[in-house]
Structure formats: C-alpha cells, structure tokens
Design a protein around this ligand. Structure first.
Ligand SMILES: [Zn+2]
Length: 196
C-alpha cells in the first residue's frame, strides 16, 4: 500500500522525539490531507528553517542571526551563566522573568550507552567559556531526575576547576523527578531567587 516515498517520510516522522510508529503514520496522513495553501506555507517555513536557521554562537539557541535575542541584549548580564539541558528549559525559565544573565544549552544529557558527542563538544566549549574570566557565576538548572545525575556530576567537576566562579544549583521547592519545562513559573521563580 505504501510507496517508498511515503515509507521514507513516515520513518523520518517516527524518528522524532517521543513519536512512535503509529503516531508517525497519523501525522503523515494528516499532513497529506491539508489544504494546498497550508502545505505551501508549511513547505516555505520548513525551507527557511532548514536553510537559514543556525545556532547562537554563545548559547546554541536556534536563531537566524549570529547571536540570539538574549545574547545580543546589552541589558542581560554577561558574567552570570545558566547551564540548561534543553532549549525548552531556557524558554520555561524565561517565562519567570527572574533571570537577567545569559544561558548555555548543553543540547541534552550525558546518558550511558548513548553517543552524545554533541554534549561532549559543548562541554568543551563551556570549559573554554569559563576559562575566559568573563564569567563570575554559574547556575546549573538541570532536570531533577536520576537521568541528569551524571551530567550534574560532570558539570560540578568542571566548575570546581575555576574556584573564582560562584556556583549554585536550582533546588528549593522543585520536586524530585521534575522536568524544568513542566514546573509552574511561580515555583521556578522561587527556585531561581533562593537557589542553593
Ligand atoms: Zn544566545
């Protein structure tokens, strides 16, 4: 029934995070059924996304410029750096409006048996950044899960190499096992202002 082109697209959708084969199939048929106008607009947006969007040179948030809107904002403090695992964590923290520093996105977590060369590469960049003397304070805002522990340990060892840097973690009031993106902004705001 499914011609090779369909199969290829369904397989691609299946590779999306948290999307299974059945959902990929549903998404595929939903896409096919959209109006021509909608499909054309989506195709244009996708083309721009793939051809023009790159990663911010400082924090690695996707942007069409060299720097994202946070990194290019002169009102944000250069000397305070918050390390997050994912782009969505940054967005959630931004909704609290309680943080005036800049970010560094690791791109995920260090997990056993998984090739995470992207994170290793970013950790190297982070080390260079910490070495640059500009950073005075680092706040680690990783998810409060078991899964995040190896990454947390790695970061703690890394930051301890720079005793001049003040170091803290988000902790107060955040439930264990909590993913940052699902924490309500008020709780997150408290965790930010009363960090340990
Ligand atoms: Zn940036």
């Amino acid at each position: 029934m499914l011609i090779p082109l369909f199969k290829k697209i369904i397989d691609f959708l299946d590779s999306f995070p948290e999307i299974g084969p059945r959902q990929a199939m549903r998404l595929f048929f939903w896409l096919v059924k959209q109006e021509t106008k909608v499909k054309k607009q989506f195709l244009e947006n996708l083309k721009t996304l793939f051809e023009e969007v790159k990663f911010c040179q400082n924090c690695f948030f996707p942007t069409t410029e060299n720097l994202c809107s946070i990194c290019s904002n002169p009102k944000r403090k250069d000397e305070i750096l918050m390390v997050v695992a994912r782009e969505t964590d940054l967005l959630t923290i931004e909704t609290t409006k309680a943080f005036q520093g800049k970010y560094f996105i690791l791109g995920g977590l260090i997990l056993p048996f998984e090739d995470k060369s992207l994170i290793r590469e970013r950790l190297k960049i982070l080390e260079e950044l910490l070495n640059s003397k500009k950073i005075k304070e680092v706040i680690i805002a990783l998810p409060f899960t078991r899964e995040a522990e190896p990454t947390l340990k790695h970061l703690e060892i890394l930051i301890k190499k720079f005793p001049r840097i003040k170091f803290s973690k988000l902790a107060k009031g955040i439930p264990l096992g909590g993913e940052i993106e699902f924490i309500d902004p008020e709780t997150l705001k408290i965790a930010l202002t009363k960090r340990e």
